[in-house]
Write a new protein. Structure first.
Length: 246
């Protein structure tokens, strides 16, 4: 029986401060097949790894990340919001993550967070970094900004691209073809057995997000999705192991 790959959402977000090297290292430790991470731009044009446009929720900084240089962002504490044990964890640059990931077997789902702020040349800078580290065959780009996905298809046709969507699309497969995406990353609650089969038969890879509860993990495994994106990868592995024939 084919099992889904397991991607650690923002690293192992359930047990570690999201989008930090601590969370990514934990993902590798627990055996995740890949990690999902989010990128923005700093004020000096560096690609940075953080989920929100603002710093307030996950660091001791305030305001837009885009208003700070990489050096200023590096001075912030991105771990204490989760637990004092992670005090001093930094906002990583994408370059840092790439340099580390190049020495692992992990797949990287890089979400471009450019649906609210249209960062200048975020796509170009990200593609350049992926190519610099030779990770083209281990990266999947995704974005809620479907125009960005379409741009990535012309900049880097050799790198997999996926459409993110939280609400139902009138026709996800037509939109994916229009944007030249190779995958779909829907809110898992939108999926049905019929759609999963239809999308896979049409050649699309399905990587739903964010699946954390046991019953939802079991449902996604039963639906036959290609990848499960979760805050708790160990739970997913536990369920897959239980389904193994004796």
């Amino acid at each position: 029986m084919k099992h889904p790959l397991i991607f650690a959402h923002r690293g192992v977000k359930g047990t570690h401060p999201e989008n930090t090297m601590a969370a990514f290292l934990e993902a590798e430790r627990v055996g995740a097949h890949g990690i999902e991470l989010d990128i923005h731009l700093s004020n000096d044009g560096e690609v940075i790894v953080i989920h929100d446009e603002t710093l307030d929720r996950t660091t001791n900084g305030t305001g837009l990340a885009f208003n700070y240089t990489l050096q200023q962002l590096k001075a912030l504490d991105a771990g204490s919001f989760f637990d004092h044990r992670f005090a001093g964890e930094q906002i990583p640059s994408l370059r840092e993550v790439m340099a580390w990931a190049a020495g692992t077997a992990l797949l990287l789902n890089i979400e471009l967070k450019n649906d609210i702020i249209r960062y200048p040349e975020l796509e170009q800078k990200t593609v350049q970094l992926v190519r610099e580290y030779g990770l083209e065959d281990r990266v999947i780009f995704s974005s809620f900004n479907h125009e960005s996905v379409e741009l990535l298809s012309s900049l880097a046709p050799e790198i997999h691209r996926a459409l993110l969507y939280h609400e139902p699309l009138p026709d996800a497969l037509i939109e994916a073809r229009k944007r030249q995406a190779s995958g779909l990353h829907p809110n898992f609650m939108l999926l049905t057995k019929e759609f999963v089969q239809l999308a896979q038969q049409a050649g699309f890879t399905l990587r739903p997000y964010t699946i954390n509860e046991y019953k939802d993990l079991e449902n996604m495994i039963a639906l036959g999705v290609d990848v499960i994106i979760t805050d708790w990868p160990a739970r997913a592995f536990e369920l897959i192991k239980e389904r193994e024939p004796l």
